[in-house]
Design a protein around this ligand. Structure first.
Ligand SMILES: Cc1cc2nc3c(=O)[nH]c(=O)nc-3n(C[C@H](O)[C@H](O)[C@H](O)COP(=O)(O)OP(=O)(O)OC[C@H]3O[C@@H](n4cnc5c(N)ncnc54)[C@H](O)[C@@H]3O)c2cc1C
Length: 314
């Protein structure tokens, strides 16, 4: 679904559930040098009939990469292991195996996604920063040159015409060291973001929203919400790591080769369901599933004798 339509559905449902929208760009400041934050005066005025007293009891920071609370309180963001940049735009056409699916491919350095949208394709490149910088001075120049320079992209998008300016995201892998404070809580990307590869961003944000609503509704300490979100993000960091180091694809290849044997016929459907439940986000933090994945990608067990180098993302 196109993001704007998805956002409209969310907003409509929030309104139906009783939420009021006061549309404005807010600022946050630290209160008295402590762990509390305060909305700017104009925002407090604009929403003054929403609460009794001076201001809201709790501020939920869902401002994405703007991370307002983290910036106001100088909360460190722990960077992830990769230092890639994402360059993305919409183009008119690319090769598509099946227009109903998101496509991911390895390229010379890094990988690319192709997401079919009505009348266009979202084409994104995730490459090491120095590699992008070596292809031009602006995101547009880097993207356009990479499309022409990379042999895989030349095959996948030989006639692609860019329809939008290129967006570039740097340093997107991050995890806030704290998610909860005296009168604030972080949600979605403001709490952390792993990587675009398995499209986990919206899942983490949406699941976090449910967990936060549930914790607030039931009066559960928010520390438990923080633990759950951090566990979710860490699980994705681990899974994404197996994608980049080539072990995940090597293990899938191994599974395919076993498919016709007796052990494969008996075990593969069960294993596939468990691993699929991790990757689609249905049971990403399930201990048993994660244990099974670790076994499958372990050089001594699942990968026995296999070199994952073939599928490593450079
Ligand atoms: C390159 C890339 C590709 C991605 N691809 C996918 C994908 O295919 N699938 C997927 O699920 N996820 C994807 N993601 C991740 C996804 O976009 C995010 O995880 C998701 O948007 C997080 O939602 P959010 O609500 O936390 O933040 P956002 O979607 O960033 O929303 C934050 C909102 O806060 C508002 N805001 C910011 N500052 C202020 C302020 N001062 N006052 C008022 N409002 C403010 C912004 O305007 C915005 O509306 C991708 C991310 C990247 C970097």
């Amino acid at each position: 679904m196109v993001r704007a339509r998805f956002n409209a559905v969310l907003l409509e449902n929030a309104r139906r559930a009783g939420a009021r929208l006061i549309e404005r760009r807010v600022r946050l400041t630290r209160l008295d040098g402590g762990d509390r934050v305060r909305l700017d005066e104009d925002s407090l005025q604009a929403a003054s009939d929403c609460w009794e007293g001076e201001g809201p009891d709790l501020i939920v920071d869902a401002t994405g990469r703007a991370n307002l609370v983290g910036r106001a309180l100088d909360i460190p963001m722990q960077p992830g292991p990769r230092r890639d940049v994402a360059l993305f735009a919409h183009v008119d056409e690319t090769e598509l195996v099946d227009p109903g699916y998101v496509h991911n491919d390895r390229i010379d350095r890094g990988w690319c996604w192709r997401i079919p949208l009505p009348g266009r394709v979202s084409l994104g490149l995730v490459v090491p920063r120095e590699y992008a910088d070596g292809h031009g001075d602006s995101p547009d120049a880097q993207y356009d040159r990479l499309l022409r320079a990379d042999p895989v992209l030349r095959r996948l998008a030989p006639k692609a015409r860019r329809l939008t300016p290129v967006l570039r995201f740097d340093n997107y892998q991050s995890l806030s060291s704290r998610l909860v404070g005296e009168n604030w809580v972080m949600l979605g990307d403001s709490a952390g973001f792993v990587d675009p590869v398995f499209s986990s961003g919206l899942l983490v944000a949406m699941k976090g929203a449910y967990q936060l609503a549930q914790a607030l509704g039931e009066g559960v300490p928010l520390a438990r919400y923080e633990q759950a979100v951090k566990a979710h993000l860490r699980a994705w960091f681990e899974i994404v790591g197996y994608y980049y180091d080539g072990r995940l694809m090597t293990s899938i290849e191994r599974g395919r080769e076993m498919a016709d044997g007796l052990a494969g016929r008996l075990l593969l459907p069960w294993v596939s369901r468990r691993i699929a439940a991790i990757v689609i986000g249905a049971a990403t933090t399930d201990r048993f599933n994660l244990g099974l994945l670790r076994f499958l990608v372990d050089a001594r067990f699942g990968l026995y004798g296999r070199d994952p180098g073939k599928y490593r993302i450079h």
